[in-house]
Design a protein around this ligand. Sequence first.
Ligand code: ZN
Length: 184
Amino acid sequence: MIRKIVFYPDPVLRKVGEPVTEVTDEIRELASDMLETMYDANGVGLAAQQVGEALQLAIVDVSHDPECISYLRVNGEDTTLEEVSPLIFINPELELLGTKGTDVEGCLSFPDLRGDITRPFEVKARVTTLDGDRLVIETDGLFARAIQHETDHLLGKLFIDRMSTAKKMAIKRVLKEMQAQFKG
Ligand code: ZN
């Protein structure tokens, strides 16, 4: 089932997600709905907060672009995006690595906004799957960027927080319009 995507400034987007301690049928259904919702909106990632649930659960799928990474290891073994996608993960812990890079990001909770965001280029992510498997994912490029963007959501952090001061000034009006349109 496609769920309604929550837009800024809905307060749920600022909530730190509760850790998922048990993968219930409800959690599985939420994850499956999130996939359907993300693909329907042509997104590459979605966090539970974006469908109104403050939980440490997110999904990422950048497999449409196999060239967007230069390496991918899961638990020390080389693998492909196709093999791990869609990545559905709970309770992530990130180690940020490598030099920083800047690239344009969008966010399904800000339909009219895109902006340059600087982030570490590589990541080592410790995540748990819905089957309870613990994965150590080492990667770079768009996959690393999307994992960081979604993990930010799980901590109540949004990509606008990471924009440059100049960009923050430039988007003030768009944010004001979104605030005016928001009906809590
Ligand atoms: Zn987002």
